[in-house]
Design a protein around this ligand. Sequence first.
Ligand code: NAG
Ligand code: NAG
Ligand code: NAG
Ligand code: NAG
Length: 480
Amino acid sequence: MAVLPALFGLLLAVVVSGQISVDITPREAVRRIGGELSVLCKVPYPIDSCRMSVGSKSYRLIPNDGQGDVVYAGLGLKEGECGALIKNIKEEWNGNITCVLPPPQGSIELVGSMRLLVARAPGDPILYSSPQPSFKDGDKFMAQCVVPNGRPAAKITWFLGSVELLAGKHQPVLTTEPGTDLQTISQNVSKILNDDDDNKILVCKAEHEALVQPKEARRQLIVQYPPKRQESGPITIFGLKLGAEGRLNVTVRANPRPTAEWTVGGQTLLPSRPTEGGEFIALEPLQLGNGYYNITLVVARITKEDVDRTYYLQVDNGLGREEFVVRISTMAEPAGVELDTGAIVGIVVGVLILLVAVFLVVFAFATDRWCFAGRRRDNTKSSGESSDTESAVGGRERSRLAGLSARVRAVLPRAKDKVQATENQVADTEDKPLSDDKKGVVYAELALGEQTSTEKPPPPSTEYAEIVYTDQPKETKETN
Ligand SMILES: *[C@@H]1O[C@H](CO)[C@@H](O)[C@H](O)[C@H]1NC(C)=O
Ligand SMILES: *[C@@H]1O[C@H](CO)[C@@H](O)[C@H](O)[C@H]1NC(C)=O
Ligand SMILES: *[C@@H]1O[C@H](CO)[C@@H](O)[C@H](O)[C@H]1NC(C)=O
Ligand SMILES: *[C@@H]1O[C@H](CO)[C@@H](O)[C@H](O)[C@H]1NC(C)=O
């Protein structure tokens, strides 16, 4: 029974130091009307009574007596626990909940308090903003949302369209109605408007514990902006057929509605006024929604002359003007992305690699090297020739090379000069390893022919590198 003296010592220490207090949890809570709350008061010694005041009433709590809306909850009085489960929370219970416990000694009861906020739904949110019906691209827009009389204050979030608006929010301001604990929250947002904001809905959303559904206040933004093109540079309309009707469509974005003016071969076309011969009809801009318009020129019968023409389109909506150059083509629209210079270089290089590979195979076949070489040597060995026939084979290869270079000249009419130019150099630099030479593709091929059959031909990628980077130096060499 060493526990009791120890406990007593602890109590004494607490009392002497004057720090004995009721530990109450939670210290604050927000509950809806009809909701539930558990409050627990705890002291470090056994108690023999437990009272809790909720609203204007004081309840005597007895363990295992589960009657009414306020009942005992806890591990027992012996554990020093005085807790309550509070059910069916009423509006008038908003305020402090206090527990009252006997002191470890003396006669002054101990109390602990927590604050219960019985949630009260706020009023409808009100959105204040400039009354002007529409704005211009670049205008600064300000709005204020006020959500009155909530307990606690409501929480405001902003949306523009379906996207939460995070930038441009000011600090929310809370005010309390005098004599009540109802709070009004207001928050401002500001934003520089642009064309993407046109038609979007600004939403102030109020969320609150006492609201099943958030409440919203909204305003649609109308932003006016000059015509904006959807693609840069000249427009080409593909897939038109000679002799058939052609429609030249250009999509623009503008607010307000734009007007279009086409200029073809010096004559200006206005919507719905066909040219004298009826060959062109400019249509009224077709509204696609969300500020998009299709502007169409109908060519009644496409002639060769029409294909060669350039069509100019001017789109104006009072706020600005955009000009387009349109060409037409009878070809089908190129599939996928257009080829840039990198892709073209890649294709050229790929073709060259293929050519080199083909030449390698032809050379290897013609000189019986590569995979054919092994079989050949086996044949000579089996026929009883001594090992010094290797040098004889080398001599034969050399003479075959001469014939081969002649064949190369025949096959490569354009490269003829280069072959001749490099032929002398071959003789000069015969012994140099291939990798040191940067003379060019044809020379590389010839040097390959010079190699002994035990060496493998360099991989095609090496050939490719030599081709690409030796083109320029060779040119300068020839001009020297
Ligand atoms: C509620 O309790 C707080 C301390 O938690 C106290 O300051 C306040 O005066 C109490 N209010 C009432 C109405 O008793
Ligand atoms: C919010 O905007 C209103 C007017 O729109 C202004 O009176 C108020 O001072 C602004 N508040 C803040 C915190 O910017
Ligand atoms: C061009 O627009 C017209 C309507 O203005 C539409 O009927 C036609 O399908 C469009 N043509 C093309 C190729 O986009
Ligand atoms: C509008 O024009 C675009 C081409 O600019 C075309 O793809 C689209 O089909 C057209 N839409 C209508 C409704 O005419």
